[in-house]
Design a protein around this ligand. Structure first.
Ligand code: NAD
Ligand code: UFG
Length: 339
């Protein structure tokens, strides 16, 4: 058993990872400033796990708060989710993104170093590949993010590699997530975007439940089988499990492990619409509109390195992703309640 600090614990991936950490027997110290989440999410985590995370409301940019946190708890490793994640927002507010994602991460790293905690799992993104041109995407593909959000992940990857090279005591997992979807099977926690969702599955589920009229499909003329964009959707519970496996791998492996976390299968937008409609029993009206700026045609992972290093593979199929997203949507049509 280890004590793990989870930053951004109240968020979509953080909540699901807290559950998996508890299930693996770890203690969880949770940190979040609720800039993109609500306190109710942490209460739901406690309800599912039957255990209370040691929760601290705070900001990763707050050096004093972090030093106090490391002095209060005997933390063995950090899983660092806290950050801003909207590509569109990052284009209009780049400095807010760099401040949160870069300055915040640097402050966290300094405080970790001071406290002698040198194990870290960092949330990177398939966004660092930019347009991969060919698929499946392996970790050795060239990197070239095309927006401030992706660049913030890319810069953090570079800094973390420099850090591990300078101080070999650091053990770091850089997980490049593909497209997380789905929710915990309890239906108690899930993705809770503010306002109109940007991402496909949250948008589809709001159309299915009748809160949005129809889906706009961004582009029907991509060089894919049906002309719509193809992505590697991965169930958030599988993604959460990969973090627990990464902590185990860092016990064995020194240095930096850079791993794609995806299923290895790509689905088109039209395939996602059909699957969600079949699982929910609801019509999903859609129309095909112009391409969204910055989108790529096709991206899916080669996840074989994660399998080799972690002994991890995604377990949930597309039906489970849709079923669990739909259960969460039906049970929480307005997301988490405010306090
Ligand atoms: P999320 O927004 O649901 O969770 C992030 C959490 O961090 C939120 O609860 C937010 O309140 C908190 N937070 C933000 N800034 C903070 C700060 N300065 N101090 C303390 N807390 C702060 O996002 P998520 O989907 O759970 O993503 C988690 C991580 O994974 C992010 O770093 C994101 O960039 C990365 N990622 C997400 C996706 C995705 O599609 N969801 C894909 C690739 C990578
Ligand atoms: N799409 C639509 N209509 C919508 C929303 C999305 O047609 O209303 C399409 C997109 O054009 C794309 C696919 O559905 O073809 C998936 O789009 P998402 O916005 O769900 O996901 P992206 O792959 O564009 O981006 C996501 C995250 C990024 C992250 C990236 C890789 O939003 O932050 O996955 O991990 F970097």
């Amino acid at each position: 058993m280890a004590t793990i600090l989870v930053t951004g614990a109240a968020g979509y991936i953080g909540t699901h990872t807290c559950i998996e950490l508890f299930a693996a027997g770890h203690q969880v110290v949770a940190l979040d400033n609720f800039s993109n989440s609500k306190p109710e999410a942490m209460r739901r985590v406690a309800r599912i796990a039957g255990r209370e995370p040691l929760f601290h409301r705070g900001d990763i940019r707050d050096r004093v708060a972090l030093d106090t946190l490391f002095a209060t708890h005997a933390i063995d490793a950090v899983i660092h989710f806290a950050g801003l994640k909207s590509v569109g927002e990052s284009l209009s507010e780049p400095l807010r993104y760099y401040d949160n994602n870069i300055s915040g991460s640097l402050t966290l790293l300094e405080c970790m170093g001071r406290a002698g905690v040198r194990r870290l799992v960092f949330s990177s993104s398939a966004n660092v590949y930019g347009d991969p041109h060919t698929v499946p995407v392996t970790e050795s593909f060239p990197l070239g993010p095309t927006n401030p959000y992706g660049r913030s992940k890319y810069m953090m990857e570079l800094m973390l590699r420099d850090l591990a090279a300078a101080e070999p005591a650091w053990r770091i997992g850089l997980l490049r997530y593909f497209n997380p979807v789905g929710a915990h099977e309890s239906g108690l926690i899930g993705e809770d975007p503010h306002g109109t969702p940007n991402n496909l599955l949250p948008y589809i589920s709001k159309v299915a439940i009748g809160k949005l009229e129809q889906l706009n499909i961004f582009g029907g003329d991509y060089p894919t089988a049906d002309g719509t964009g193809v992505r590697d959707y991965i169930h958030v519970v599988d993604l959460a499990a990969a973090h627990v496996k990464t902590l185990q791998a860092l016990e064995r492996e020194a240095g930096v492990q850079t791993l794609n976390v995806g299923t290895g299968t790509g689905y088109s937008v039209l395939e996602m619409v059909a699957a969600f409609s079949r699982i929910s029993g609801c019509a999903i009206p859609f129309r095909i509109v112009g391409r969204r700026a910055g989108d790529i045609a096709c991206s899916y992972a080669d996840p074989s390195l994660a399998h080799a290093v972690l002994g991890w593979r995604a377990q949930h199929d597309l039906d489970a992703m849709c079923r669990d997203s739909w259960r969460w949507q039906q049970g929480n049509p307005d997301g988490y309640p405010d306090d």
